[in-house]
Design a protein around this ligand. Structure first.
Ligand SMILES: *[C@@H]1O[C@H](CO)[C@@H](O)[C@H](O)[C@H]1NC(C)=O
Length: 238
């Protein structure tokens, strides 16, 4: 009983000490050729203005309660104008002051799901710690350029740098080599990362695990039976 109370108390302490705060973020940014207007929560993109498609996009998966923001796109367009005006003014004020430029601190390439040959998956190219935004990400498959990738809007890190993620749907085939190449203002050459579909990926777990499990279980049961037999025998003898 004592033990149970202690456990209950411990779990209470744990849940109280868990950080109850969420952190949301709104980014309005512009450059001479580009702009961003994004709303995020806890590191996830909730909504952004797509200035090419001229509408607000909600990039969350369908199982999330959908966010809707009527009027957001028009506000975003207006904010871009303000941003450009401010930028002009700052440009004058900070004449000849070179803008800060930080190349990406890391580029990582990985798959969304565990790789199974012939089963559709997504390659993810995560670019971290750069300034200013954005980066361009291009993909190749076996040395040939591929299209159809997507990229999210730049997300602001706590230290003022940005991160961005590009995705490419693909079907893993043994021997295929993919790369994502990142372009950024502070990089003289694109920074490329390679992903190779090698045989360490497995096609199908097959019957191996079930056989192991079956044999293990059988041995265990035999052990219990033999143990019980000797226990009873021992009791009879004494
Ligand atoms: C990204 O691509 C666009 C269009 O090709 C180009 O204008 C821009 O300079 C590129 N940005 C970087 C950082 O290389």
């Amino acid at each position: 009983m004592k033990m149970k109370e202690l456990l209950l108390f411990l779990s209470c302490v744990l849940c109280v000490s868990a950080d109850p705060l969420h952190s949301d973020i709104g980014i309005v940014g512009c450059s001479a050729s580009d702009g961003e207007d994004m709303y995020g929560l806890d590191g996830e993109e909730l909504a952004y203005a797509d200035f090419n498609k001229q509408k607000e996009i909600y990039p969350q998966p369908p199982f999330i309660d959908p966010m809707n923001c009527p009027g957001c796109y028009d506000t975003a367009v207006a904010d871009q104008q303000t941003c450009r005006e401010n930028m002009k003014r700052c440009g004058k004020g900070m004449k000849d002051y070179p803008p800060e430029q930080d190349a990406p601190s890391a580029v990582m390439i990985y798959t969304r799901d565990e790789v199974e040959f012939g089963v559709q998956n997504t390659l993810i190219c995560h670019v971290a710690g750069f300034y200013p935004a954005p980066v361009n990400v291009s993909w190749t498959k076996n040395g040939q350029k591929v299209t159809g990738s997507s990229i999210n809007t730049p997300y602001l890190n706590k230290d003022g740098s940005f991160r961005q993620t590009s995705r490419l749907d693909f079907t893993p085939q043994l021997g295929d080599v993919y790369s994502c190449a990142v372009q950024h203002l502070a990089l003289a050459e694109p920074l490329a990362k390679i992903y190779e579909v090698d045989s360490s990926a497995h096609s199908d777990p097959g019957i191996g695990p079930s056989v192991f499990c079956g044999v293990g279980l059988t041995l265990g049961l035999v052990g219990v039976a033999v143990g019980t037999f000797f226990l009873i025998k021992g009791n009879e003898c004494s």
